[in-house]
Design a protein around this ligand. Sequence first.
Ligand SMILES: NC(=O)c1ccc[n+]([C@@H]2O[C@H](COP(=O)([O-])OP(=O)(O)OC[C@H]3O[C@@H](n4cnc5c(N)ncnc54)[C@H](O)[C@@H]3O)[C@@H](O)[C@H]2O)c1
Length: 341
Amino acid sequence: MLARAAARALATPSSRLFSSSAARHTKVAVLGAGGGIGQPLSLLLKSDPLVTSLSLYDIRGAPGVAADVSHVDTGSEVAGYAADQLDQALEGVEVVVIPAGVPRKPGMTRDDLFNTNASIVRDLASAVARVAPQAHILVISNPVNSTVPIVASTLENAGVFDPRRVFGVTTLDVVRAQRFVAGLVESDPAQTPITVVGGHSGPTIVPLLSQSQFGKAITGDKYEKLVHRIQFGGDEVVKAKDGAGSATLSMAYAGAKFTNALLRGLNGQKGVVTPTFVKSPLFADQGIDFFSSSVELGPNGVEKIHPLGQISAEEEKLLAACLPELKKNIEKGRAFVAAAN
Ligand SMILES: NC(=O)c1ccc[n+]([C@@H]2O[C@H](COP(=O)([O-])OP(=O)(O)OC[C@H]3O[C@@H](n4cnc5c(N)ncnc54)[C@H](O)[C@@H]3O)[C@@H](O)[C@H]2O)c1
């Protein structure tokens, strides 16, 4: 083990001599790695060349997932940690992805998960604050609109909050929007970028279709149905899984996609811009201090928060419906942490 670490330490500077764009060594942890999202997410992160070490933690099953994933023939090292090994799992970690918690059953909103997931996320955030205070934290656990403020408040209380390093993963809303629009206009989803802003639950999800050459062609009844499908696409999966949970595979894809974007930013790639739910000045004057909009990712995490740009009258209406709901969700998260102190 020591010999391997020493060899790696020696190898790093010389490899940088030969390539100015050599990737940093990045250790990524998945907390909740044994779950429906955690398992495929761990597999996808194992396939990401920017991940050099993968640390898998869960209260159930992470060592098994780690043993399995570790046989995949990519360069990264994989270690699994049992329930009582959270601190070890977080040692030296630079990026922490959190899909821990319970998912929805049919008829539930994301907010219905609050009671269970709030304390799970708070406790995991405190451990990150203690063991890896410089880590970037990517929150998948729902309700994202509240769990991200919970992470921020927990880190604030520990004196280590840096708004450039806490992200709510809203990428699945973007992935869905791009797929659904591409299906309607028969374009390639990869060439159909759609910006989705706001938060991550029903009416707080605001797709800015007017800013897309493809999206703006969709009007009338088709537009209404499309917006509803983007906002409530998660319900299609919850219903189809019929009690067995919510989106896991598409979420793992989206989580890996966002993690890769962050890693590219951390590695110094310029122009990495994607929507994510972060501490944001955009609507702070209305008491909404977290918001998802296009964010440029860089060596320190959040590099630049882009404004919404020009939006249509329909989008203004969607935004007006989003803001009060989002405000409530954020306040609920903040209040949860405040009440515990
Ligand atoms: N952000 C998004 O777009 C999005 C999309 C889909 C689902 N989700 C959310 O992701 C979360 C996970 O969903 P899932 O389908 O993987 O659920 P799941 O029940 O299959 O897996 C959750 C895992 O978390 C683990 N866990 C519970 N408490 C833990 C703790 N304290 N520490 C570490 N691990 C712990 C469980 O043991 C389990 O393995 C849910 O909250 C769900 O609502 C978010």
